[in-house]
Design a protein around this ligand. Sequence first.
Ligand code: PLP
Length: 481
Amino acid sequence: MDLSQVNAPIYEALRKFRRMRVVPFDVPGHKRGRGNMELTEFLGEDCMNVDVNSMKPLDNLCHPVSVIKDAEILAADAFGAAYAFFMVGGTTSAVQSMIMYACKSGDKIIMPRNVHRSAINALILTGAVPVYVDPDVNEQLGIALGMTTEQIEKAIRENPDAKAVMVNNPTYYGICSDLRRITELAHAHGMLVLVDEAHGTHFYFGENFPVTAMAAGADCASVSMHKSGGSLTQSSFLLMGKNINPDYMRQVINLTQTTSASYLLLSSLDISRKRLALSGREIFAQTVEMAEYAREEINNIGGYYAYSRELINGDSVFDFDVSKLSVFTLPIGLAGIEVYDLLRDEYDIQIEFGDLGNILAYISVGDRKRDIERLISAMAEIRRRFGKTEANMLSHEYIAPIVSEAPRKAFYADKVSVPLDEAAGKVCTEFVMCYPPGIPILAPGELITPEIIEYIKYAKEKGCQMTGTEDLELEHLNIMT
Ligand SMILES: Cc1ncc(COP(=O)(O)O)c(C=O)c1O
């Protein structure tokens, strides 16, 4: 069969399968929902009917030879990749697979320190050793920027044996590094380029967005279809350039991937890829229009600063994703997390995240003009009702770490739990982060400094959701003995 972007092979196979009324003597045990009526009433029969396991007519994600293979070929084509894998373990599984492909135990990987926890988790799994590039920080906003070309050149010069360079494209806040130049530099030194594009799915389909990993010639990209791509939560793509061996990559993915991939997730990826390939331009033109409108109106409120392309400086902010509505809140005397909480508690508005100085409202084609207006007027009211003077507010979201041990060594080391206040000067064996954004404040192997302790206490006091530690209250930290 000739395939084109109007096809969605997994979705089509499921529709056909549903019509066949096959009697199930296989798992899942809910048997098309009949064995669990409360769940079926909640999710709907249509959904339970296609919650099925791998079988010949529906292919097998671990070893695709028919409809999943076809769907992967279409996805690769839509994204301009040599190959694409359907991922059902979130972008976390894509990030981890690309690092496990590139690095063995002891191999070096150059990466910005403001990576998502999934990348540092991969270092624990593989035993790879990070060469961190401390990103520049925007002093006003307190946020980490991209990596400069000079920083990459230096890291490569000092670590010619590194196996790969990892890049965020873009960061959670919308900031992009010069991905083409970084890719050229890495390739000139025989290193792979791995790109975390969790927040960049739309770059592949819209107009005037920053360059995509695949167009920049990078080797792998982890793309969160479930974020701006419209698929179900937990579904993602791992894209690959022509220099990656897809058959070995499949084996790497299968080290940690489930053998019971959800067809709800797989079909959602398939249908969403078709939708983006056919109508992505219009979808993202509308998204950008709404984000631009909201940005302008929020800046007109006064106090808030909804930033955009004016941050571009040709290097550490090489480009900016205008679909992101990132807003600096400190000038109204409130931490980002306080505005985040007020929006939900007082105005029934849930935004993506709030950290110490910023908030991010996720804009997509699913938003309606009246919802955008509601967000803008709630923010105006928050300034009027709750705004304060900007005294004694911590603003920096990023503290450059002091790395004492490789993440794996520290994670598996002998450890003791000590009260937070007694942890200064010790080496941490666990992660500490606000989630979202999930960028570690501390990762295993890093020195705990008084500045970091002050930051953690302040973030807790302001209401950030702190995660990563064994102690769920984060009153104690695990340290190396
Ligand atoms: C930059 C970045 N990379 C990777 C991930 C992991 O994605 P997932 O939650 O789909 O596993 C996230 C999640 O928010 C992220 O922000």
